[in-house]
Design a binder for this molecule. Structure first.
Ligand SMILES: Cc1cc2nc3c(=O)[nH]c(=O)nc-3n(C[C@H](O)[C@H](O)[C@H](O)COP(=O)(O)OP(=O)(O)OC[C@H]3O[C@@H](n4cnc5c(N)ncnc54)[C@H](O)[C@@H]3O)c2cc1C
Length: 579
C-alpha cells in the first residue's frame, strides 16, 4: 500500500481459478446438504450433532485444507481456505466450531509442533477422527492474555508436565479431544501445551447460555493436577505468546473473510424480500431509502472481498517460496504470516463491523419480520455480535494496527518517515487538482493517494507530539487505525477494479462501486483528520495544519444519490450479490 495504488499487482477474487472454486463448491454443497437444513437443530444443541457434523466435514475433506501433505492434509492455498471460510460462516455456530478445530485448534501443531507431534495428531485432526479446541482465555485474563494464571510444572522425575488452572469461553470444549492450552511454566514462562481431554483431572463446566451462536459449545475448563507427557510441550518454554498471537493472525483473516461470506446470504435474502414486500402499492425495493441500504451493503461486501483475497493471495505468495522439507519451515512460515499482522487486524475489524452493519440493515429491510425468530436475519444479527469480541476485541485489534506500523518503522522495516517527508515536500508545492474521470480510474487513484497523504500528515503530527508515548494515547490510536483501514479499503478496491479493467473484465457496476467507495472513504479520511487536528495542535500550529489540509481537499463531484441508486438497481434486478 506504500506504493501508488495499482502500481503493483495484487491478488483479486477475479483471479481465483476453477480448481480453487471446486473447493468452494464442495464446501457450499456440504453446507447446503448437511448444515443449513439442520440449523435449528444445531442451535437447539441436539446432543452429539455438532461433533457429528464436524466429522462429516472431515469425511468430505474439509478439515484437511491447512494440514501439510506430509501429514495427510491437502496443504491448500490460503485463498482456498478463505473461500471455505466464506461458506462455513453461513451457519454461525457451525462456522465457529469448524474454525476452532481446523484453525486455532490445529494450526498451533502445524506451525509449532515437533515432527512427532505432527505425526501423532495431524492426520487424525485432518480427518475429523480427533476434534480440537484452543484454551487461552481465563477468568482474569482476556485481552491481557499474558496475564494467565494457569500453571505448568515439571514432575519430580521430569517425565510429565502437571497443569493446574481454569480457562473460560472455550469453543468446542464440550466434545473436543485435544486442547491447545496456554500455561505459565513455574508461574512465569508463558507456554503452549497439547492436552488430551481424557486425562484425569481434566473437566469442563456447563454450556454457557449465549446471546448468539447458540449451537456452538462454549464451556469453562478446569485443570486439576492434569498430568501430560513431557513431549506435549508445544514450541519452546516461554515462547507461548508466539503461538497464541501468530495463530490469531490467521484466525483474524478467516474471521474477516467469513464475516464477508456470512454477509452475502443476508444481502441476498434482504434484496429478495425487498422485491417481494409491497407497501404503498409498490415493492419496497423501489424506495430510495431501501435502495440506499442495498447499495451500502454491497459496497462493504465488494471492498471486503477485495481486501480478504488480496491478503490471502499475498500470504500464498510468501508461503510458496518456502520448502516444506526445510527443517526451519515452522519458523519461516510463521514469520511469513506475521508479516501480515496489520492486514489481519484490518480484516478482522472491517469484516466484523461490515457483517454487523449488513445484518442490522437486513433486519431493518425486513421490518417487523426482521425481529422475528422465524426469519434467518434475526439469528445472524445475534450470531455475529461476538465477531467484534473474539479473536482479539476490535479495540485491541485497532490498537495493534498503528502499534505494529510504528514498531516496524522504529525497527527500520518500514520507511514511514521517507513517505512523510515526501508528503511534506508535496504540501509545499501547488495544490493537487483532480484529473478528468477516465477508463483507468484516474479520479479514484488520485483520491486514494490524497487520502494516504492526509493520513501521513496527521500521523507525522501525532508522532512528533507524543513520540514513544503515542502507545498510551488510545483514542488517537483508534482514529489512526480507522484511517489506515480506509486507506486499505480504497487501495484494495481501486487495485481490484484497475486489474479487472486491464483484463477487459470491468463493467459499469465495478466502476460505480469503486467510485462511490473512494468518494466516501476519501471524505471520511478528510473529515476525520479535520476533527482530529485540534487534539494535536493549538494556535498558529493548528492554523498551519488547517492550511495543509486544505491543500489535500478536493471535491470529487460525484452524484452519490444517483450512483447508489444505480448500484442498488444492479442487485435488485439479480436478487443476489453478483458482480
Ligand atoms: C462465544 C465465544 C467464544 C470464545 N471462544 C474462545 C476460545 O475458543 N478460546 C479462547 O481462549 N477464548 C475464547 N473466547 C474468549 C474471547 O477471546 C475473549 O472474550 C476476548 O478475548 C475478550 O476478553 P474478555 O472477555 O476477558 O474481555 P476483556 O479483556 O475484559 O475486555 C472488556 C472490554 O475492555 C476492553 N479492553 C480490554 N483491555 C483493553 C485495553 N488495554 N485498552 C482498551 N480497551 C481494553 C475490550 O476491548 C472490551 O471492550 C470466546 C469468547 C466468546 C464470547
Amino acid at each position: 500500500m506504500v506504493e501508488a495504488v495499482g502500481s503493483q499487482p495484487v491478488f483479486t477474487p477475479e483471479q481465483i481459478t476453477d480448481d480453487q472454486m471446486m473447493f468452494y463448491s464442495a464446501a457450499q454443497e456440504f453446507m447446503e446438504r448437511e448444515v443449513i437444513p439442520r440449523s435449528e437443530e444445531i442451535d437447539s444443541m441436539v446432543p452429539g450433532l455438532m461433533p457429528k457434523l464436524l466429522k462429516r466435514a472431515g469425511e468430505a475433506g474439509l478439515l484437511m485444507a491447512e494440514v501439510p501433505e506430509a501429514f495427510g492434509g491437502l496443504d491448500l492455498e490460503k485463498v482456498v481456505v478463505t473461500l471455505i471460510s466464506e461458506q462455513t460462516a453461513r451457519q454461525g455456530s457451525f462456522g465457529t466450531a469448524f474454525g476452532a478445530t481446523t484453525g486455532i485448534g490445529t494450526l498451533p501443531i502445524v506451525f509449532f509442533g515437533t515432527d512427532a507431534q505432527k505425526q501423532r495428531y495431524l492426520l487424525k485432526l485432518a480427518t475429523g477422527e480427533l476434534l480440537a479446541a484452543y484454551a487461552l482465555t481465563e477468568p482474569n485474563s482476556g485481552s491481557d492474555a499474558l496475564g494467565a494464571k494457569t500453571q505448568a510444572v515439571l514432575s519430580e522425575d521430569g517425565s510429565e508436565w502437571i497443569l493446574n488452572g481454569q480457562k473460560i469461553w472455550i469453543t468446542n470444549a464440550g466434545f473436543a479431544d485435544i486442547f491447545i492450552v496456554f500455561a505459565k511454566v513455574d508461574g512465569e514462562h508463558f507456554s503452549g501445551f497439547i492436552v488430551e481431554s481424557n486425562r484425569p483431572g481434566f473437566s469442563t463446566g456447563e454450556e454457557e447460555k449465549k446471546m448468539g451462536l447458540k449451537g456452538s459449545s462454549t464451556r469453562m475448563l478446569f485443570l486439576d493436577d492434569v498430568h501430560i507427557p513431557k513431549e506435549n510441550l508445544l514450541g519452546e518454554i516461554g515462547r507461548g505468546h508466539k503461538i497464541a498471537f501468530n495463530i490469531l493472525n490467521l484466525g483474524r483473516l478467516k474471521l474477516g473473510a467469513g464475516s464477508i461470506g456470512a454477509a452475502k446470504p443476508v444481502f441476498d435474502t434482504s434484496v429478495r424480500y425487498a422485491n417481494m414486500r409491497h407497501q404503498f402499492k409498490r415493492p419496497i425495493a423501489s424506495f430510495g431509502a431501501i435502495q440506499q441500504k442495498i447499495a451500502d451493503m454491497a459496497l462493504l461486501i465488494f471492498a471486503g472481498e477485495a481486501m480478504a483475497y488480496r491478503v490471502a493471495g499475498a500470504m500464498d505468495q510468501t508461503l510458496h517460496t518456502l520448502d516444506p522439507s526445510d527443517p526451519d519451515w515452522n519458523a519461516k512460515a510463521m514469520a511469513g504470516i506475521e508479516e501480515f499482522a496489520v492486514e489481519a487486524s484490518i480484516l478482522k475489524v472491517f469484516g466484523s463491523e461490515a457483517i454487523a452493519f449488513v445484518a442490522d440493515q437486513g433486519v431493518q429491510i425486513h421490518g417487523g419480520l426482521g425481529f422475528s425468530a422465524e426469519y434467518a436475519v434475526e439469528k445472524v444479527y445475534r450470531d455475529v455480535r461476538v465477531n467484534r469480541i473474539f479473536e482479539g476485541t476490535n479495540e485491541i485489534n485497532r490498537m495493534l494496527i498503528p502499534g505494529i506500523i510504528l514498531k516496524r518503522t522504529v525497527k527500520g522495516e518500514l520507511n514511514l518517515f521517507a513517505a512523510i517527508q515526501a508528503v511534506e515536500a508535496a504540501l509545499a508545492g501547488p495544490k493537487v487538482e483532480l484529473p478528468e474521470a477516465d477508463e483507468a480510474f484516474a479520479v479514484e487513484v488520485a483520491l486514494t493517494e490524497l487520502a494516504k497523504k492526509t493520513f501521513l500528515m496527521a500521523a507525522n503530527v501525532a508522532i512528533q507530539k507524543y513520540m514513544t508515548n503515542l502507545r498510551d494515547q488510545q483514542q488517537l490510536l483508534l482514529t489512526l487505525a480507522d484511517l489506515v483501514t480506509s486507506l486499505y479499503v480504497m487501495d484494495s478496491t481501486v487495485a481490484r477494479v484497475k486489474q479487472m479493467q486491464a483484463a477487459g473484465k470491468v463493467q459499469e457496476i465495478h466502476r460505480l462501486l469503486a467510485s462511490v467507495m473512494c468518494a466516501e472513504s476519501y471524505r471520511s479520511v478528510i473529515d476525520t483528520v479535520d476533527a482530529l487536528l485540534p487534539s494535536l495542535a493549538k494556535d498558529d500550529k493548528l492554523s498551519q495544519l488547517y492550511v495543509k489540509l486544505e491543500h489535500l481537499k478536493v471535491r470529487p463531484g460525484i452524484d452519490l444519490i444517483k450512483a447508489k441508486r444505480a448500484i442498488a438497481a444492479h442487485f435488485i434486478e439479480r436478487e443476489k450479490y453478483s458482480v
